[in-house]
Design a protein around this ligand. Structure first.
Ligand code: ADP
Length: 607
């Protein structure tokens, strides 16, 4: 099973510390939360109205009628108390309604605040972090957990306050009616807390496992969508189904354990309730018999007790909810505490526009400890020059291209832009100076125009048309019925490989940065598409400083400088002609691609 990689917990994970941190989010909405809680509490308090109403009805309506003998004239009109009960229930219902709406409103506000904060952090996370995390996990952790954290907690808080006030008012009612019976009934009720506190710890571990398994299931969906071609081509549908089934069964098993535990509380609660009510019936009958208790008080007592027991019966649900919210909070705050390694410097040097040269000075780099990828790489790219990086796959070319915009930081050595170490410049200034055309360029859901504007959000219509022209895309756009407003989908499947690359080049034109990096921009294209993309690239290269990574050496022959990389080291440096003449690594690479003209190839082979 693929492993999830985002840490689950940070160091400070005590429940109190978590709740204290959650309070910082709740504080902003203190007034609404206060109102929510007050209304929920008021609703809970009004639970006492019903038993008192029953008692009053029996005392002052039925009771009076009986004591007055044959004349059945009640002290209160018969409808008075039922109307009074109805009125209070209406008020109680309204309290719950408003409190429910307010808690939803505040909960969703907090949800949006947390999600926005997390999304902002995600967008500033290191590439390393994003690339080593799974899409499903990110979705689960960054999108679903906030929903379950403060929102569930707030709902729990509302319910808890409601139940607390309801329990308090009903307990007081019981004591007012008969302290002896109340004491016995409450003691029996108190026993409910013993099994709850015992299973709480076990529940926490199970809830955690289920959240983990949910993350894995999402990962399955994500992988299946991104790898659908592999699945179709290799008939892997049943294999993938089996994997998801396995996960769902595991989640089911954990869920069943959780369900056993939380439903286990129910028979205990019901038995205790049965004990309580039976005791009250017997003891109440005895008290009525010895004239210490009236029938009206007895009925009211019974009504209060039944009302009091019902929230206790649902206590186990609330416990699970609290566990979920606390764990989700823990997971959310862990994400908030993840600090990206690539940061802006504290006191940056301001350097808006690239003017002179890029220098790699004795650069060492490794993605993973003890696995060096670049070793002692040094080279300079003067303004206006085109430098090509060539070498076997895995020799470190893309890594070099990723170090310049600080997608990663060097392990040792320095990268300088116009003499300033790039770690002294702001990320925004560095990246504003560089446009990158990747081998596989992302397309976002939306129109062609929207996708072009990702290069420069403020570009004018004229800029867009110029960029299209220079990227040799105008003819294609003219053939589309909706032109630039045609929809493209996320994976860009309605664009050919060449069109996608030219779209990326058009974006780079719109960005109009002085430095351009082409990272294998034509590698996945056929010859005809490549020739168009090559032409667009050449136009973009004019008057710019260019780093080009190409695996087809025929495309970089005009570069001012060619660096040949081998296992992370620059092994040769020069122009195409000088390197060929040297008959070294470049010459061998070139020969292996059969790029030499026939007669030269023959000489080379003979040599
Ligand atoms: P090239 O562009 O020359 O094909 P790369 O720069 O992509 O080479 O890769 C150089 C080495 O770094 C390879 O061994 C590759 O496996 C490794 N590598 C590349 N990206 C990562 C990454 N994100 N995490 C770990 N290793 C990586």
């Amino acid at each position: 099973m693929s492993q999830l990689t985002i840490p689950i917990t940070s160091e400070n994970t005590g429940n109190l510390a978590l709740i204290r941190r959650a309070v910082t989010y709740l504080k902003k909405h203190a007034v609404f939360i206060f109102l929510t809680v007050i209304l929920a509490g008021l609703g809970g308090l009004l639970d006492a109205v019903l038993p008192f109403g029953v008692k009053a009805y029996l005392d002052f309506v039925l009771g009076k009628a009986i004591t007055l003998g044959p004349i059945t004239v009640p002290a209160f009109p018969i409808w008075f108390i039922p109307l009074f009960i109805l009125g209070f229930n209406l008020i109680q219902g309204t309290c719950y309604y408003i409190s429910g709406i307010l808690s939803y409103k505040v909960g969703q506000r907090i949800n949006i605040e947390i999600k926005t904060e997390l999304y902002e952090r995600l967008l500033h996370q290191d590439l390393d972090f994003i690339e080593s995390s799974h899409g499903g996990e990110i979705l689960n952790r960054y999108y679903h957990d906030p929903e379950s954290s403060c929102v569930l907690f707030l709902d729990y808080l509302k319910q808890a306050v409601m139940k607390f006030f309801s329990a308090t008012s009903l307990t007081v009612t019981l004591f007012v009616l008969s302290w002896k019976m109340a004491l016995a009934a409450i003691l029996i009720l108190g026993c409910t807390f013993i099994p709850i506190s015992l299973i709480n710890k076990k529940l926490k571990a199970l809830v955690n496992s289920r959240l983990y398994l949910t993350g894995h299931s999402m990962l399955q969906y994500n992988e299946s969508v991104s790898g659908i071609k592999l699945i179709l081509a290799n008939n892997l549908q049943n294999f993938r189904l089996g994997k998801l089934n396995e996960l769902m069964l595991e989640s089911f098993r954990v869920g069943l354990k959780q369900s056993h535990l939380h439903n286990f509380i129910r028979p205990i609660n019901h038995t205790l309730t049965g004990f309580g009510v039976s005791f009250v019936l017997l003891y109440g009958t005895y008290l009525i018999h010895i004239n210490e208790f009236s029938l009206a008080s007895f009925s009211a007592f019974l009504a209060s007790l039944l009302l009091l027991y019902s929230p206790f019966k649902s206590l186990s649900n609330s416990t699970v909810q609290l566990q979920y919210s606390i764990l989700a909070m823990q997971r959310v705050f862990t994400l908030m505490d993840l600090v990206p390694k690539i940061q802006n410097p504290k006191n940056p040097v301001s350097h808006k526009v690239f003017t002179d040269a890029i220098e790699f000075r004795n650069v060492y780099f490794q993605y993973k400890a003890d696995r060096p990828v670049l070793e002692d790489v040094s080279f300079t790219v003067e303004k206006g020059q085109t430098v090509a990086l060539v070498g076997e796959s895995g020799s470190g070319k893309t890594t070099i291209a990723h170090l310049l915009p600080r997608f990663y930081d060097v392990t040792r050595g320095q990268i300088l832009m116009d003499g300033h170490e790039i770690t002294r410049l702001t990320l925004q200034e560095i990246r504003n100076n560089i446009a990158i055309v990747f081998q596989d360029n992302p397309i976002f859901r939306g129109t062609l125009r929207e996708n072009l504007l990702l290069g420069n959000l403020t570009a004018s219509e004229e800029d867009i048309h110029n960029a299209l022209e220079m990227a040799y895309l105008s003819d294609f756009v003219r053939t589309l019925p909706n032109g630039l407003d045609s929809k493209v989908n996320e994976r860009g499947v309605n664009l050919s490989g060449g069109q996608r690359q030219r779209l990326a080049i058009a974006r780079a034109f719109l960005k109009n940065s002085p430095i351009v990096i082409f990272d294998e921009a034509t590698s996945s294209l056929d010859n005809i598409s490549e020739s168009y993309v090559q032409k667009a690239m050449e136009t973009l290269m004019q008057n710019r400083t260019v780093i080009v990574i190409a695996h087809r050496l025929s495309t970089i022959q005009n570069a001012d400088k060619i660096l040949v990389l081998n296992q992370g080291r620059v092994v040769e440096e020069g122009t195409h002609d000088s390197l060929l003449a040297k008959q070294g690594a470049y010459y061998n690479l070139y020969r292996s691609q059969d790029a030499l003209p026939l007669e030269e190839r023959e000489t080379a082979h003979a040599g």
